[in-house]
Every structure is written in C-alpha cells, then in structure tokens.
Design a protein around this ligand. Structure first.
Ligand code: Z5A
Length: 214
C-alpha cells in the first residue's frame, strides 16, 4: 500500500535499524549524500528532536530500578512524537524542506509491539491520532544478525534501558521490522549491514539514487 506525506515536494525519510546495525555511522554518509546534491535536509531523531521531546527521551532511555510499564513506554513514545511532529517535522515539510528522522513509528511497532507485545491495534490508534495520516516516503531499515549487532553496540560501553534487553526481545523486534518491510514494500528498503562499510554505503547510495533521482 502506497502512502504519501501529502506535503508537496518535500520528502519525509526515516532511518531504522537493529542495535549495532550502524545507524549513526550511516547517517553521516546520508548527510554527505544530500549535501553533495545541495538538497537541504533536516536531520532529527526519535524519541526526541525538540527540547521537550529530548527530556522524554532521557526518561525513556535511562536505566532505572522502577519497572516502567509497557503502556507508559508506548504513551511516552507517542507523546514525544506528537511534540516532534508539531514543532519540527511538520513545519519543515510544510516549508518545503526534506526531513530525515533517525527512527519513527516503525520503531514503535517493532519495539513496543514486537518486543514488548503490545497489540498493534493500540499502536495504530495512537498513530492515527498523532500523525493524522502522515507516513514516511522512504524508510531505510539497516538489518544485521542480532548477536553481531549486539556485540557491536555493547562494544560502545554503557547500555541504555533498551540495550539491556535479552536476545529474544530483539528477535521479536526484528521480525516485526521485516514483516513491515514486506507489508509496506513500496517505501521500505532493507539494507544488510553485516558487510564492509563500503558495501553498505553503496547499497544506501543506490536506494537514495532511485528515490531522489527516480
Ligand atoms: N525506540 C523505541 O523503543 N520505540 C520507538 O518508537 C522509538 C525508539 C522511536 C534509542 O534509539 C532506543 O529507542 C532504541 C529503540 C527505542 N533502542 N535501542 N537500543 P536510538 O536509535 O537512539 O539508539 P540505537 O539503536 O542504539 O542507535 P545508534 O546509536 O545509531 O546505534 P547503531 O545503529 O548501533 O550505530 P553505530 O553507533 O553507528 O554503530 C555501532 C558500532 O558498530 C560502532 O562502533 C560502529 O563503528 C560499528 N559499525 C557500524 N557499521 C559497521 C560495519 N559495517 N562494519 C563494522 N562495524 C560497524
């Protein structure tokens, strides 16, 4: 099913990935790609992207002793997203600027739906309320075998509240990402990042060339 952002020529791109798949690394490459084409691109992230939403991010990611209920986690993700959309993403798209968000609602289906087991119908209701039909035009999903990604991510040091989850949690998360990549094949591109960075960059370039230059 093809869904559009309805914002004229400005495009909304999202970057998703498993732990240690190399999102931060690839983001730098993508920034360089758009700079070379002189397409102004607003790069932002979720959860977060505005000062208030970044405070919600800190609440969500900080390891803590008190158990955070799955519903609270879901609602906070969408609270941050509502603020991010209203304050940053929508104004940029409306002014004709392209936007790249490092994670968006596919992550909620994957982590809160797949990982935590929340019913996707509940996620869909919040999605409709907060996004009012807005969907990404292109989603790059960086895929990597769980164990390899976790080893890379854990090599970076301290773990956030999500990175402390067990392997099963990430298996369920990845299953949902891959299901969504099939369901929304017209906007998803799956990129295998268990390869050299040169090969990964080559695949990203091809996907972006096809999207930007048609
Ligand atoms: N979350 C959620 O649950 N629900 C939601 O709705 C949303 C988010 C929006 C924070 O996200 C958490 O929020 C996230 C999901 C949850 N959970 N976790 N964990 P985040 O996106 O900010 O956090 P992240 O997933 O840890 O992203 P990251 O920092 O961009 O990490 P990364 O993908 O692992 O990227 P990296 O730092 O570029 O790469 C990791 C290491 O691997 C690094 O040392 C690189 O040098 C190395 N690397 C990268 N590529 C390669 C290749 N090709 N070969 C060898 N080594 C490589």
């Amino acid at each position: 099913m093809k869904q559009k952002n309805n914002m004229g020529s400005a495009k909304f791109i999202t970057l998703e990935g498993m732990e240690g798949a190399g999102k931060t690394t690839c983001l730098k490459f993508i920034r360089g790609y758009f700079d070379a084409l002189e397409i102004p691109l607003l790069i932002t992230r979720e959860p977060g992207g505005t000062p208030f939403a970044e405070e919600i991010r800190s609440l969500l990611l900080s390891p803590r002793e008190e158990k955070v209920s799955d519903e609270v986690e879901l609602l906070l993700m969408f609270a941050a997203r509502a603020q991010h959309l209203e304050q940053k993403i929508m104004p940029a798209l409306q002014s004709g600027r392209w936007v790249l968000s490092d994670r968006f609602t596919d992550a909620t289906y994957a982590y809160q739906g797949g990982g935590r087991g929340i019913d996707s119908a509940d996620i869909e209701r919040l999605e409709q309320m907060v996004q009012k039909g807005l969907q990404p035009d292109l989603t790059l999903f960086l895929n990597i075998p769980i164990e390899i990604g976790l080893a890379r991510a854990r090599g970076r040091g301290e773990l956030d509240r999500f990175e402390q989850q067990e392997v099963d949690f990430f298996e369920r998360t990845r299953d949902v990402y891959l299901q969504r990549a099939e369901q929304y094949a017209s906007r998803f591109v799956v990129i295998d990042t268990n390869r050299s960075l040169d090969d990964v960059y080559e695949s990203i370039s091809q996907a972006l060339d096809q999207f930007v230059k048609g």
